[in-house]
Write a protein that binds this ligand. Sequence first.
Ligand code: ZN
Length: 116
Amino acid sequence: MIDEPDSLKTKFLDRRDELKSIIESEKESTRPVALDQQRMGRLSRMDAMQSQAMSMETKRRREIELARIDAAVKRIDNGDYGYCVKCEEGISAKRLEIDPATPFCFDCANKSEKNR
Ligand SMILES: [Zn+2]
């Protein structure tokens, strides 16, 4: 069962606000690591760099999700939601249920994975 576009849009907007505030609140932890030789041993420097790399990756994923949600909201506004942006076929309800922000139908998503 797919949500009505309006309630779906509300959900997207809520999620978008949530993501934006998380990204904002995590700006602190993604600052470059200060490689202070005096204060940090080699191992703790590596720890700091590793945890920074992880938080950068998380941030990157959140920004991607944010962009997908933005695009999905635009498609709802244009009346294009639920249709593949590539081949313009309808996206299956099941697929939208699993990933409401997906811009591609199953076939196109698979093809673009392979082309990468
Ligand atoms: Zn398609």
